[in-house]
Design a protein. Sequence first.
Length: 492
Amino acid sequence: MATSKKVIIIGGGISGLATAYHLSELVRRRSFPLEVTLLEAKPRLGGVIETRSQEGFLLEGGPDSFISEKPAALELSKRLGITQEVTGTNEKFRRSFIYKNGKLVRVPEGFYLIAPSQIQAFIQTPLLDLATKLRMGCELFIPKRPGGGDESVGSFVRRRFGETTLREVAQPMIGGIYTADPERLSLEATLPQFLEMERHYGSVIRGLFARKKLGKKNASRAASGPRYSLFLSYKEGMETLTRKIVSKLPEVQFKVSSPVTKIRHAVRWEVVTQQGGVLDADVVCVALPAQQAARLLAEPAPSLSRDLAAIPYESVATVNLAYRRQDIPHSLEGFGFVVPAFTRRKIVACSFSSVKFAGRAPEGMVLLRAFVGGALHREVYALEDEAMVRTVTEELRHYLGVEVPPVFTSLNRYPQSMPQYQVGHLSHVASIRSQLAVFPGLYLAGNAYNGIGVPDCIKSAEFAADAIMKYVRPEHAPKSLASFHSRRLGLS
């Protein structure tokens, strides 16, 4: 009989939970004994995925959706048996707005983050003045950048579409996703499709039209802003996913309120908890933000720790606000709006949650969710809770004309939770990968490496679980050692 191996997963967010779940799938498939313990510092599992009900409203603290174009989350939902719980966005209002000159202006149909793919809608939009439209049209004739290497999103957009497009459109739309400074954000790591369009077609606009013509899955089609038809959630909120995972893992030992203080390595791995306990393991998977992972690995892997610590993070907060529909003058015929940073307003964006997804608010009520913080709004995140909520409420009065106080508000803070994929990020991850290869039985998972969304975290976790199983069962190891080590970070 095979000897049971011990695996410790540190971190009970979606990355840690998905690692544990995929390990359980592999164990069942191969009838191999494996003892899995998951340690979570906080008193609850789920990490930033946080759903709760209040007065008939369904509130999301962290992510409110996942994208179907990246299949990992939807595929996991199928294996968990919760596809009947998956819900799409409201077809009637798949559009968004950008704040400009004191008004919310609709993003034209076919405009994909930085570039148009529908000529008529682009020509007619009041979002851009004539000079900016002409400058954007010149993108068709701008030669591609010679040589290779990474480039900031800001540099790329400015070079191809001009400064105004960057300030008024690209920065707020991309900032709403990454809460990052576009002058530091890596194009290669965050928006590689645009880099590929420039390289292959010589133009982003030409690339969008070519992909649309070919009917590619990632064509822009008729989306206004992000392609909202691709966004999915669950009828009872995103925590449906994490709760279901936990319910499917009776064999996993979950230990909440169990912060880890350090990891040691001799013959085996040792995990030291704040309570003074020492757990030994054959395998350790660290499913934490990179900077937290760096602190834990400072003793056994100082060079790897330094590489991890070099990935910067920003803090963000969400404020849910419940209103009576009659108290909001704006039509709310869209999924929300983003705000350019150069306007020096106080929020990054606002989602019309009860318009975007059904079942988020009672009849006659509206649920809004504002986003605060990130690289360009640190001073707002630094406010005390009461001041932050007051600031957000005042901002919504400005944007939506609502003069009546909200029925209630709910604030969630997520300190140092958003990794910043700066220029050179993929090379930096490659360095982490090479450092990781020196430590057999050590694995990393999470949003710090190859994508920040829920599907990215799940993909990272499943690659880590595959590699763990191959490590504890050498007869199943891949032929290529390089392939094995790349899978330890979800890179292949």
